[in-house]
Design a protein around this ligand. Structure first.
Ligand SMILES: Cc1ncc(COP(=O)(O)O)c(C=O)c1O
Length: 392
């Protein structure tokens, strides 16, 4: 603490290990970055143009607290068309500072000190930080490779207590690329509604899907009061730096969240919202082009890791992450990731960074070029052969 006091709240949260690896990797030369969770494609040109034109036309002032009405209407229309979610754009949609801002504000809106929030393990690191910042206790629900890295309703049921205020479901999942089946999502949503707990459905990877169909639990009318949908433009449209996301929920949640957001950021950057509007209403072939490319790279990563002794890698059904098991190498995932970074200059995230159940795995982002992925695989293969040789 360096002798200076900080809040217990801030003291409780840790720096995500991804940032630590990323910062180390940045300080090194000739590193192949497979640790980063952001698309490597440029933002589509028509989106950039829309923002430039908006800035020139004076879209440079504070936006309404809930977001640009035209963008809210476009979000509601997209949700109806693509997700079968019926939402009133004037009362049931709020534009947020990315999905990150959405989830942080949502936790502050939903939970009280001592409430419990169910979080997938392995799961996106920031869920824990958001719950803790809001005073809640994170309770982890284990996700297993045997279940295709989908969330198991029985595991959710077993983790629920009378203090459970929210259940976070991340479908498709970061870090595993797993997809939870429609049947299981329906069961989990009903369980939440029966228990009076909110199901927070983080669907930021919904469009980066290689197999099957995406299902949004908020499309079920009977549980709609308890389902909160979180989404973002970051991954679908390669717009991580624009910081625009949204939440769809019942008006009482949106009203309370708007008050919270007003005290945090006032409103979301006006030109970014115009860019997001262009992304939603403009041509969508940019999305399918990126997804096509991710799928080719996924196949390369999966076959590459399956060729390296000690690794086994199932094909992720979605996202731009593979989550190979490195259990055959005989090192902790953290030691292995460090060793690979230091010896080969390939940056990966140890599975343990995403929770105890991630131990033994590595998260490999294939948001990188095919040439870099091939080079990274070759370097890892050589390093693993050396590790095996030295332990003989
Ligand atoms: C599962 C998940 N949810 C939310 C986010 C946050 O995305 P945004 O850029 O919209 O804040 C990320 C970003 O990595 C993510 O992986």
């Amino acid at each position: 603490m360096d002798g200076f006091p900080i809040s217990t709240r801030a003291g409780r949260i840790k720096q995500p290990e991804i940032r630590r690896i990323f910062n180390m990797a940045l300080a090194m030369k000739d590193v192949i970055h497979l640790e980063i969770g952001e698309p490597d494609f440029p933002t589509p040109p028509h989106v950039v143009r829309a923002a430039a034109e908006a800035a020139e036309c004076g879209w440079t002032k504070y936006a309404p607290s809930m977001g640009d009405p035209a963008l809210r209407a476009a979000v509601a229309e997209k949700a109806r068309r693509q997700n079968s979610i019926e939402a009133d754009p004037t009362t049931e949609v709020i534009i947020t500072h990315g999905a990150m801002g959405a989830l942080a504000a949502l936790m502050l809106t939903l939970v009280d000190d001592g409430d419990e929030v169910l979080i997938p393990d392995p799961g996106w690191i920031n869920y824990t930080g958001h719950a803790q910042l809001a005073g809640a206790t994170p309770v982890y629900v284990r996700i297993r490779e045997e279940d295709g890295f989908g969330l198991d309703p029985d595991a959710v049921r077993a983790a629920m207590t009378p203090r459970t205020k929210a259940v976070i479901v991340n479908n498709p999942s970061n870090p595993t690329g797993g997809v939870t089946s429609r049947e299981n999502l329906v069961e989990i949503a009903r369980m939440c509604a029966d228990a009076g707990a909110y199901l927070v459905s983080d669907e930021v990877y919904e469009s980066i899907l290689f197999e099957g169909e995406h299902f949004s639990p908020a499309s079920l009318p009977e549980v709609r009061d308890w389902v909160i949908t979180v989404n973002s433009f970051s991954k679908t449209y390669s717009m991580t730096g624009w910081r625009v996301g949204y939440v769809i929920a019942r008006p009482h949640v949106i009203r309370a969240m708007t008050r919270v957001q007003e005290h945090m950021v006032a409103s979301v950057t006006t030109v970014s919202q115009r860019a997001a509007l262009a992304a939603l209403t403009g041509p969508q072939d940019c999305v399918s082009t990126m997804v096509f490319e991710y799928k080719r790279r996924r196949d390369l990563v999966v076959s590459g890791f399956n060729r390296i002794p000690g690794f086994s890698c199932r094909a992720p059904a979605a996202t731009f992450y593979a989550f190979p098991s490195a259990k055959g190498i005989g090192m902790t995932s953290s030691d292995l990731a460090m060793r690979l970074l230091e010896k080969t200059g390939v940056a990966l995230v140890p599975g343990s960074a995403f929770g105890a159940a991630g131990e033994g795995y590595l998260r490999v982002s294939f948001a990188n070029s095919e040439a870099n992925i091939r080079e990274a695989l070759a370097r890892i293969e050589r390093a693993v052969a050396e590790i095996a040789g030295s332990s003989r």
